[in-house]
Design a protein around this ligand. Structure first.
Ligand SMILES: Nc1ncnc2c1ncn2[C@@H]1O[C@H](COP(=O)(O)OP(=O)(O)OP(=O)(O)O)[C@@H](O)[C@H]1O
Ligand SMILES: [Mg+2]
Length: 408
Protein backbone atom coordinates (compact mmCIF):
# COMPACT_ATOMS: atom_id res chain seq x y z
CA UNK A 1 0.00 0.00 0.00
CA UNK A 2 2.82 2.28 1.00
CA UNK A 3 4.89 1.16 -1.97
CA UNK A 4 1.96 1.86 -4.40
CA UNK A 5 1.51 5.41 -3.16
CA UNK A 6 5.22 6.16 -3.56
CA UNK A 7 5.10 4.87 -7.21
CA UNK A 8 2.18 7.25 -8.08
CA UNK A 9 4.03 10.08 -6.43
CA UNK A 10 7.10 9.25 -8.49
CA UNK A 11 5.06 9.48 -11.75
CA UNK A 12 3.56 12.86 -10.71
CA UNK A 13 6.94 14.05 -9.85
CA UNK A 14 8.34 13.00 -13.17
CA UNK A 15 5.47 14.72 -14.97
CA UNK A 16 6.12 17.98 -13.29
CA UNK A 17 9.90 17.79 -13.44
CA UNK A 18 10.03 17.02 -17.27
CA UNK A 19 11.81 19.57 -19.38
CA UNK A 20 9.38 21.78 -21.42
CA UNK A 21 10.57 20.28 -24.82
CA UNK A 22 9.68 16.75 -23.75
CA UNK A 23 6.21 17.87 -22.62
CA UNK A 24 5.39 19.31 -26.12
CA UNK A 25 6.43 16.10 -27.84
CA UNK A 26 4.18 14.16 -25.53
CA UNK A 27 1.25 16.47 -26.27
CA UNK A 28 1.75 16.01 -30.04
CA UNK A 29 1.80 12.25 -29.62
CA UNK A 30 -1.39 12.41 -27.57
CA UNK A 31 -3.11 14.56 -30.25
CA UNK A 32 -2.03 12.11 -32.99
CA UNK A 33 -3.37 9.20 -30.94
CA UNK A 34 -6.71 11.01 -30.46
CA UNK A 35 -6.95 11.75 -34.21
CA UNK A 36 -6.23 8.09 -35.02
CA UNK A 37 -8.92 7.09 -32.52
CA UNK A 38 -11.42 9.45 -34.17
CA UNK A 39 -10.58 8.05 -37.62
CA UNK A 40 -11.04 4.50 -36.41
CA UNK A 41 -14.30 5.44 -34.76
CA UNK A 42 -15.53 7.01 -38.02
CA UNK A 43 -14.50 3.88 -39.97
CA UNK A 44 -16.26 1.68 -37.47
CA UNK A 45 -19.42 3.84 -37.74
CA UNK A 46 -19.31 3.59 -41.55
CA UNK A 47 -18.81 -0.15 -41.42
CA UNK A 48 -21.66 -0.51 -38.94
CA UNK A 49 -23.86 1.65 -41.15
CA UNK A 50 -22.98 -0.47 -44.16
CA UNK A 51 -23.71 -3.68 -42.28
CA UNK A 52 -27.07 -2.35 -41.16
CA UNK A 53 -27.85 -1.37 -44.74
CA UNK A 54 -26.86 -4.80 -46.04
CA UNK A 55 -29.04 -6.39 -43.36
CA UNK A 56 -31.94 -4.11 -44.35
CA UNK A 57 -31.45 -5.05 -48.00
CA UNK A 58 -31.29 -8.70 -47.09
CA UNK A 59 -34.54 -8.43 -45.14
CA UNK A 60 -36.16 -6.58 -48.03
CA UNK A 61 -35.02 -9.10 -50.61
CA UNK A 62 -36.17 -11.96 -48.36
CA UNK A 63 -39.57 -10.26 -48.10
CA UNK A 64 -39.60 -9.88 -51.87
CA UNK A 65 -38.72 -13.56 -52.35
CA UNK A 66 -41.51 -14.49 -49.94
CA UNK A 67 -43.96 -12.25 -51.79
CA UNK A 68 -42.99 -13.76 -55.15
CA UNK A 69 -43.07 -17.30 -53.81
CA UNK A 70 -46.43 -16.69 -52.13
CA UNK A 71 -48.03 -15.17 -55.21
CA UNK A 72 -46.68 -17.96 -57.44
CA UNK A 73 -48.22 -20.63 -55.21
CA UNK A 74 -44.98 -22.50 -54.85
CA UNK A 75 -42.98 -23.71 -51.88
CA UNK A 76 -39.35 -22.75 -51.67
CA UNK A 77 -36.69 -24.31 -49.43
CA UNK A 78 -33.09 -23.30 -48.90
CA UNK A 79 -30.80 -26.05 -47.68
CA UNK A 80 -27.29 -25.51 -46.28
CA UNK A 81 -24.35 -27.64 -47.26
CA UNK A 82 -24.99 -30.00 -44.31
CA UNK A 83 -28.48 -30.72 -45.57
CA UNK A 84 -30.39 -28.66 -43.00
CA UNK A 85 -33.32 -26.52 -44.09
CA UNK A 86 -32.51 -22.86 -43.39
CA UNK A 87 -35.40 -21.17 -45.15
CA UNK A 88 -38.89 -22.16 -46.21
CA UNK A 89 -41.63 -20.01 -47.71
CA UNK A 90 -44.69 -20.29 -49.88
CA UNK A 91 -48.44 -20.64 -49.74
CA UNK A 92 -48.73 -23.30 -52.38
CA UNK A 93 -49.97 -26.69 -51.30
CA UNK A 94 -47.08 -27.98 -49.22
CA UNK A 95 -45.96 -31.46 -50.31
CA UNK A 96 -45.22 -32.30 -46.68
CA UNK A 97 -48.29 -30.72 -45.13
CA UNK A 98 -46.21 -28.20 -43.19
CA UNK A 99 -47.01 -24.53 -42.70
CA UNK A 100 -44.53 -22.03 -44.20
CA UNK A 101 -41.47 -21.84 -41.99
CA UNK A 102 -42.21 -25.04 -40.05
CA UNK A 103 -39.63 -26.98 -42.01
CA UNK A 104 -36.75 -24.69 -40.93
CA UNK A 105 -34.24 -26.55 -38.82
CA UNK A 106 -35.19 -29.98 -40.16
CA UNK A 107 -32.76 -32.18 -41.99
CA UNK A 108 -33.91 -32.34 -45.62
CA UNK A 109 -33.16 -36.07 -45.75
CA UNK A 110 -35.45 -36.66 -42.72
CA UNK A 111 -38.16 -34.40 -44.06
CA UNK A 112 -38.29 -36.17 -47.46
CA UNK A 113 -37.49 -39.62 -46.10
CA UNK A 114 -40.47 -41.16 -47.91
CA UNK A 115 -39.44 -39.65 -51.22
CA UNK A 116 -36.05 -41.06 -52.18
CA UNK A 117 -36.02 -39.35 -55.58
CA UNK A 118 -36.22 -35.94 -53.90
CA UNK A 119 -33.53 -36.91 -51.36
CA UNK A 120 -31.31 -38.06 -54.22
CA UNK A 121 -32.00 -34.79 -56.09
CA UNK A 122 -31.01 -32.77 -53.00
CA UNK A 123 -27.85 -34.84 -52.57
CA UNK A 124 -26.94 -34.19 -56.22
CA UNK A 125 -27.61 -30.47 -56.02
CA UNK A 126 -25.46 -30.26 -52.86
CA UNK A 127 -22.71 -31.78 -54.98
CA UNK A 128 -23.24 -29.05 -57.58
CA UNK A 129 -25.60 -30.73 -60.08
CA UNK A 130 -29.02 -29.30 -60.96
CA UNK A 131 -31.92 -31.70 -61.13
CA UNK A 132 -35.65 -32.32 -61.17
CA UNK A 133 -37.84 -34.77 -59.32
CA UNK A 134 -41.51 -35.53 -59.04
CA UNK A 135 -43.38 -36.48 -55.92
CA UNK A 136 -46.87 -37.93 -55.74
CA UNK A 137 -48.79 -37.52 -52.51
CA UNK A 138 -52.27 -39.02 -52.65
CA UNK A 139 -53.96 -37.49 -55.69
CA UNK A 140 -51.57 -34.59 -55.98
CA UNK A 141 -48.35 -34.37 -57.94
CA UNK A 142 -45.49 -31.99 -57.12
CA UNK A 143 -42.66 -31.07 -59.38
CA UNK A 144 -39.32 -30.32 -57.67
CA UNK A 145 -36.70 -28.14 -59.17
CA UNK A 146 -33.36 -28.51 -57.40
CA UNK A 147 -30.40 -26.21 -57.94
CA UNK A 148 -27.11 -25.70 -56.12
CA UNK A 149 -26.21 -22.19 -54.95
CA UNK A 150 -22.65 -21.07 -54.66
CA UNK A 151 -20.72 -18.71 -52.41
CA UNK A 152 -18.53 -15.83 -53.63
CA UNK A 153 -15.64 -18.26 -54.18
CA UNK A 154 -17.83 -20.41 -56.45
CA UNK A 155 -18.12 -23.32 -54.02
CA UNK A 156 -21.46 -25.03 -53.49
CA UNK A 157 -22.86 -23.52 -50.32
CA UNK A 158 -26.23 -25.24 -50.33
CA UNK A 159 -29.24 -25.93 -52.51
CA UNK A 160 -32.47 -24.19 -53.45
CA UNK A 161 -35.51 -26.38 -53.89
CA UNK A 162 -38.70 -25.15 -55.53
CA UNK A 163 -41.74 -27.40 -55.20
CA UNK A 164 -44.78 -26.70 -57.36
CA UNK A 165 -48.15 -28.41 -57.35
CA UNK A 166 -48.54 -29.57 -60.95
CA UNK A 167 -51.60 -31.80 -60.43
CA UNK A 168 -53.88 -29.68 -62.62
CA UNK A 169 -51.20 -29.29 -65.27
CA UNK A 170 -50.63 -33.06 -65.35
CA UNK A 171 -54.38 -33.66 -65.56
CA UNK A 172 -54.69 -31.19 -68.43
CA UNK A 173 -51.68 -32.82 -70.11
CA UNK A 174 -53.28 -36.26 -69.75
CA UNK A 175 -56.60 -34.92 -71.09
CA UNK A 176 -54.76 -33.29 -74.00
CA UNK A 177 -52.87 -36.48 -74.76
CA UNK A 178 -56.16 -38.34 -74.68
CA UNK A 179 -57.72 -35.78 -77.06
CA UNK A 180 -54.76 -36.06 -79.42
CA UNK A 181 -55.11 -39.85 -79.35
CA UNK A 182 -58.85 -39.57 -80.04
CA UNK A 183 -58.19 -37.11 -82.86
CA UNK A 184 -55.59 -39.43 -84.36
CA UNK A 185 -58.06 -42.28 -84.12
CA UNK A 186 -60.81 -40.19 -85.75
CA UNK A 187 -58.38 -39.15 -88.47
CA UNK A 188 -57.37 -42.75 -89.10
CA UNK A 189 -61.02 -43.81 -89.24
CA UNK A 190 -61.77 -40.96 -91.62
CA UNK A 191 -58.94 -42.02 -93.90
CA UNK A 192 -59.98 -45.66 -93.75
CA UNK A 193 -63.56 -44.61 -94.55
CA UNK A 194 -62.39 -42.49 -97.46
CA UNK A 195 -60.33 -45.39 -98.75
CA UNK A 196 -63.38 -47.64 -98.60
CA UNK A 197 -65.53 -44.95 -100.19
CA UNK A 198 -63.09 -44.35 -103.03
CA UNK A 199 -62.63 -48.08 -103.54
CA UNK A 200 -66.40 -48.73 -103.45
CA UNK A 201 -67.04 -45.86 -105.88
CA UNK A 202 -64.33 -47.04 -108.20
CA UNK A 203 -65.56 -50.66 -108.00
CA UNK A 204 -69.07 -49.47 -108.87
CA UNK A 205 -67.81 -47.36 -111.76
CA UNK A 206 -65.79 -50.29 -113.02
CA UNK A 207 -68.84 -52.60 -112.77
CA UNK A 208 -71.02 -50.11 -114.66
CA UNK A 209 -68.27 -49.61 -117.24
CA UNK A 210 -67.90 -53.34 -117.83
CA UNK A 211 -71.71 -53.69 -118.11
CA UNK A 212 -71.74 -50.91 -120.70
CA UNK A 213 -68.85 -52.50 -122.53
CA UNK A 214 -70.06 -56.10 -122.42
CA UNK A 215 -73.77 -55.49 -122.73
CA UNK A 216 -74.89 -52.10 -124.06
CA UNK A 217 -72.09 -51.59 -126.59
CA UNK A 218 -72.31 -55.23 -127.78
CA UNK A 219 -76.10 -54.89 -128.21
CA UNK A 220 -75.64 -51.65 -130.14
CA UNK A 221 -73.04 -53.41 -132.27
CA UNK A 222 -75.53 -56.23 -132.96
CA UNK A 223 -78.20 -53.66 -133.89
CA UNK A 224 -75.71 -52.03 -136.24
CA UNK A 225 -74.98 -55.38 -137.91
CA UNK A 226 -78.69 -56.13 -138.34
CA UNK A 227 -79.29 -52.71 -139.81
CA UNK A 228 -76.42 -53.37 -142.20
CA UNK A 229 -78.00 -56.71 -143.29
CA UNK A 230 -81.37 -55.00 -143.58
CA UNK A 231 -79.92 -52.26 -145.71
CA UNK A 232 -78.31 -54.84 -148.02
CA UNK A 233 -81.68 -56.43 -148.67
CA UNK A 234 -83.46 -53.13 -149.40
CA UNK A 235 -84.12 -51.53 -152.76
CA UNK A 236 -86.35 -48.61 -151.91
CA UNK A 237 -84.17 -45.45 -151.82
CA UNK A 238 -86.36 -43.73 -149.21
CA UNK A 239 -86.19 -46.75 -146.92
CA UNK A 240 -82.43 -47.04 -147.40
CA UNK A 241 -82.08 -43.41 -146.36
CA UNK A 242 -84.11 -44.13 -143.22
CA UNK A 243 -81.87 -47.08 -142.35
CA UNK A 244 -78.75 -44.98 -143.00
CA UNK A 245 -80.04 -42.44 -140.53
CA UNK A 246 -80.76 -45.21 -138.04
CA UNK A 247 -77.23 -46.55 -138.52
CA UNK A 248 -75.82 -43.08 -137.85
CA UNK A 249 -77.90 -42.83 -134.69
CA UNK A 250 -76.62 -46.20 -133.54
CA UNK A 251 -73.04 -45.14 -134.27
CA UNK A 252 -73.48 -41.88 -132.32
CA UNK A 253 -75.00 -43.73 -129.36
CA UNK A 254 -72.15 -46.22 -129.40
CA UNK A 255 -69.64 -43.31 -129.43
CA UNK A 256 -71.43 -41.70 -126.49
CA UNK A 257 -71.35 -44.97 -124.60
CA UNK A 258 -67.64 -45.31 -125.29
CA UNK A 259 -67.11 -41.78 -123.99
CA UNK A 260 -69.12 -42.61 -120.87
CA UNK A 261 -66.98 -45.71 -120.50
CA UNK A 262 -63.88 -43.56 -120.63
CA UNK A 263 -65.30 -41.08 -118.07
CA UNK A 264 -66.33 -43.89 -115.75
CA UNK A 265 -63.05 -45.71 -115.67
CA UNK A 266 -60.29 -45.00 -118.16
CA UNK A 267 -58.36 -48.18 -118.76
CA UNK A 268 -55.21 -46.03 -118.79
CA UNK A 269 -55.65 -45.33 -115.06
CA UNK A 270 -55.26 -49.02 -114.28
CA UNK A 271 -52.59 -49.59 -116.89
CA UNK A 272 -50.34 -46.49 -116.78
CA UNK A 273 -51.53 -44.70 -113.65
CA UNK A 274 -52.25 -40.98 -113.25
CA UNK A 275 -49.85 -39.63 -115.93
CA UNK A 276 -51.22 -41.98 -118.62
CA UNK A 277 -54.86 -41.34 -117.67
CA UNK A 278 -54.34 -37.55 -117.67
CA UNK A 279 -52.55 -37.73 -121.01
CA UNK A 280 -55.48 -39.63 -122.47
CA UNK A 281 -58.04 -37.25 -120.95
CA UNK A 282 -56.20 -34.15 -122.22
CA UNK A 283 -55.75 -35.61 -125.71
CA UNK A 284 -59.46 -36.38 -125.93
CA UNK A 285 -60.26 -32.91 -124.61
CA UNK A 286 -58.03 -31.37 -127.27
CA UNK A 287 -59.72 -33.40 -130.01
CA UNK A 288 -63.18 -32.47 -128.80
CA UNK A 289 -62.63 -28.77 -127.98
CA UNK A 290 -59.51 -27.63 -129.85
CA UNK A 291 -57.99 -26.34 -126.57
CA UNK A 292 -54.18 -26.59 -126.57
CA UNK A 293 -53.01 -28.90 -123.78
CA UNK A 294 -49.68 -29.44 -122.06
CA UNK A 295 -48.84 -32.09 -119.50
CA UNK A 296 -45.72 -32.34 -117.36
CA UNK A 297 -45.27 -35.22 -114.98
CA UNK A 298 -42.47 -35.73 -112.47
CA UNK A 299 -43.39 -38.61 -110.19
CA UNK A 300 -40.34 -40.45 -108.88
CA UNK A 301 -42.27 -43.56 -107.96
CA UNK A 302 -45.81 -44.77 -108.45
CA UNK A 303 -48.05 -43.40 -105.68
CA UNK A 304 -50.71 -45.67 -104.14
CA UNK A 305 -53.52 -46.38 -106.59
CA UNK A 306 -56.18 -44.65 -104.43
CA UNK A 307 -54.01 -41.50 -104.32
CA UNK A 308 -53.78 -41.53 -108.10
CA UNK A 309 -57.52 -42.15 -108.44
CA UNK A 310 -58.36 -39.18 -106.13
CA UNK A 311 -55.92 -36.91 -107.98
CA UNK A 312 -57.36 -38.04 -111.32
CA UNK A 313 -60.99 -37.54 -110.28
CA UNK A 314 -60.28 -34.00 -109.08
CA UNK A 315 -58.40 -33.25 -112.32
CA UNK A 316 -61.42 -34.52 -114.26
CA UNK A 317 -63.68 -32.02 -112.43
CA UNK A 318 -61.20 -29.16 -112.88
CA UNK A 319 -60.87 -29.87 -116.60
CA UNK A 320 -64.66 -30.23 -116.92
CA UNK A 321 -64.89 -26.70 -115.49
CA UNK A 322 -62.32 -25.47 -118.01
CA UNK A 323 -64.43 -26.95 -120.80
CA UNK A 324 -67.69 -25.60 -119.41
CA UNK A 325 -66.75 -22.13 -118.15
CA UNK A 326 -63.26 -20.96 -119.09
CA UNK A 327 -63.41 -20.36 -122.83
CA UNK A 328 -59.66 -20.98 -122.66
CA UNK A 329 -57.27 -21.45 -125.56
CA UNK A 330 -54.74 -23.34 -123.53
CA UNK A 331 -54.54 -25.47 -120.40
CA UNK A 332 -51.37 -26.59 -118.65
CA UNK A 333 -51.27 -29.48 -116.28
CA UNK A 334 -48.30 -30.42 -114.04
CA UNK A 335 -48.07 -33.39 -111.71
CA UNK A 336 -45.12 -33.74 -109.36
CA UNK A 337 -44.04 -35.62 -106.23
CA UNK A 338 -43.98 -33.18 -103.28
CA UNK A 339 -43.66 -33.94 -99.56
CA UNK A 340 -44.59 -37.64 -99.77
CA UNK A 341 -47.61 -36.88 -101.90
CA UNK A 342 -48.79 -35.76 -105.32
CA UNK A 343 -49.10 -32.08 -106.22
CA UNK A 344 -51.26 -31.26 -109.24
CA UNK A 345 -51.41 -27.81 -110.80
CA UNK A 346 -53.84 -26.98 -113.59
CA UNK A 347 -53.69 -23.54 -115.20
CA UNK A 348 -56.00 -22.21 -117.91
CA UNK A 349 -55.83 -18.90 -119.75
CA UNK A 350 -59.58 -18.42 -119.97
CA UNK A 351 -62.00 -15.76 -118.77
CA UNK A 352 -61.49 -16.55 -115.08
CA UNK A 353 -63.93 -15.64 -112.32
CA UNK A 354 -63.86 -14.08 -108.89
CA UNK A 355 -62.71 -17.03 -106.81
CA UNK A 356 -63.22 -15.03 -103.55
CA UNK A 357 -62.26 -16.72 -100.31
CA UNK A 358 -62.67 -20.36 -101.33
CA UNK A 359 -63.99 -20.19 -104.88
CA UNK A 360 -67.25 -22.00 -104.26
CA UNK A 361 -70.47 -20.61 -105.69
CA UNK A 362 -73.80 -21.26 -103.93
CA UNK A 363 -75.74 -24.01 -105.65
CA UNK A 364 -72.65 -25.29 -107.48
CA UNK A 365 -71.07 -28.33 -105.97
CA UNK A 366 -68.08 -29.04 -108.19
CA UNK A 367 -65.46 -26.97 -106.33
CA UNK A 368 -66.85 -27.93 -102.90
CA UNK A 369 -66.67 -31.62 -103.81
CA UNK A 370 -63.08 -31.24 -105.09
CA UNK A 371 -61.95 -29.52 -101.90
CA UNK A 372 -63.69 -32.15 -99.76
CA UNK A 373 -62.12 -35.00 -101.68
CA UNK A 374 -58.66 -33.49 -101.23
CA UNK A 375 -59.15 -32.68 -97.54
CA UNK A 376 -60.72 -36.02 -96.68
CA UNK A 377 -57.64 -37.65 -98.13
CA UNK A 378 -55.53 -35.52 -95.75
CA UNK A 379 -54.47 -33.06 -98.45
CA UNK A 380 -55.45 -29.56 -99.54
CA UNK A 381 -57.09 -27.76 -102.47
CA UNK A 382 -56.63 -24.16 -103.63
CA UNK A 383 -58.19 -22.19 -106.48
CA UNK A 384 -57.01 -18.73 -107.54
CA UNK A 385 -58.77 -16.76 -110.23
CA UNK A 386 -60.05 -13.31 -111.11
CA UNK A 387 -62.04 -12.02 -114.06
CA UNK A 388 -59.97 -12.01 -117.25
CA UNK A 389 -56.95 -13.62 -115.53
CA UNK A 390 -57.57 -17.32 -116.17
CA UNK A 391 -57.65 -19.78 -113.35
CA UNK A 392 -55.04 -21.68 -111.30
CA UNK A 393 -56.04 -24.81 -109.40
CA UNK A 394 -53.55 -26.57 -107.15
CA UNK A 395 -54.11 -29.53 -104.92
CA UNK A 396 -51.94 -31.93 -102.97
CA UNK A 397 -52.88 -35.47 -101.99
CA UNK A 398 -50.64 -37.37 -99.54
CA UNK A 399 -49.47 -40.69 -100.83
CA UNK A 400 -51.70 -43.20 -99.03
CA UNK A 401 -48.76 -45.61 -98.97
CA UNK A 402 -46.64 -43.08 -97.02
CA UNK A 403 -49.58 -42.29 -94.71
CA UNK A 404 -50.00 -45.98 -93.88
CA UNK A 405 -46.26 -46.54 -93.37
CA UNK A 406 -45.93 -43.36 -91.25
CA UNK A 407 -48.89 -44.41 -89.08
CA UNK A 408 -47.46 -47.92 -88.56
N1 LIG B 1 -61.69 -22.61 -114.98
C1 LIG B 1 -62.73 -21.77 -114.75
N2 LIG B 1 -62.86 -20.66 -115.49
C2 LIG B 1 -63.85 -19.79 -115.27
N3 LIG B 1 -64.79 -19.96 -114.32
C3 LIG B 1 -64.73 -21.05 -113.56
C4 LIG B 1 -63.70 -22.01 -113.72
N4 LIG B 1 -63.87 -22.97 -112.79
C5 LIG B 1 -64.96 -22.65 -112.10
N5 LIG B 1 -65.50 -21.49 -112.56
C6 LIG B 1 -66.64 -20.77 -112.01
O1 LIG B 1 -66.90 -21.28 -110.72
C7 LIG B 1 -68.23 -21.71 -110.62
C8 LIG B 1 -68.31 -22.85 -109.66
O2 LIG B 1 -67.76 -24.04 -110.21
P1 LIG B 1 -68.32 -25.45 -109.76
O3 LIG B 1 -67.50 -26.49 -110.38
O4 LIG B 1 -68.40 -25.40 -108.27
O5 LIG B 1 -69.77 -25.45 -110.27
P2 LIG B 1 -70.31 -25.71 -111.76
O6 LIG B 1 -69.22 -26.21 -112.63
O7 LIG B 1 -70.99 -24.47 -112.20
O8 LIG B 1 -71.38 -26.82 -111.51
P3 LIG B 1 -71.13 -28.33 -111.05
O9 LIG B 1 -71.69 -28.38 -109.68
O10 LIG B 1 -71.81 -29.16 -112.04
O11 LIG B 1 -69.64 -28.55 -111.08
C9 LIG B 1 -68.65 -22.02 -112.02
O12 LIG B 1 -70.04 -21.89 -112.18
C10 LIG B 1 -67.89 -20.97 -112.80
O13 LIG B 1 -68.60 -19.75 -112.79
MG1 LIG C 1 -67.97 -27.82 -112.07
Amino acid sequence: MEAGRSAVDAVIRRLFTWPPGASRARARAAAAATAELDRKQAMFRDELEQRLQVQRQLRESEARVRAIVDSAAIVLFAIDRDGAITFSAGVGPDPLGKKPGEAVGWSAADLFVEHPRVVEGIRQSLSGIEGRAELTQGERTFSFSLAPFRDAAGNTAGAIVVAMDVTEGRRTEAALRQSVETLKQVDQNRRALLRRLVNAQEAERRAIASDIHDDSIQSMFAVGLRLFSLRESMHDAAQIEQVDRLQQNVQQSTDRLRHLLFELRPAALDEGGLPAALRQYLDTMKQETGIEVELQTALEHNPASETQVIAYRIAQEVLANVRKHARARRVECAVSAVDDGVLTRIVDNGVGFDSGRNGSVPGHLGLIAMRERAEMAGGWFRITSSAGQGCVVEYWIPDAREVVSNAA
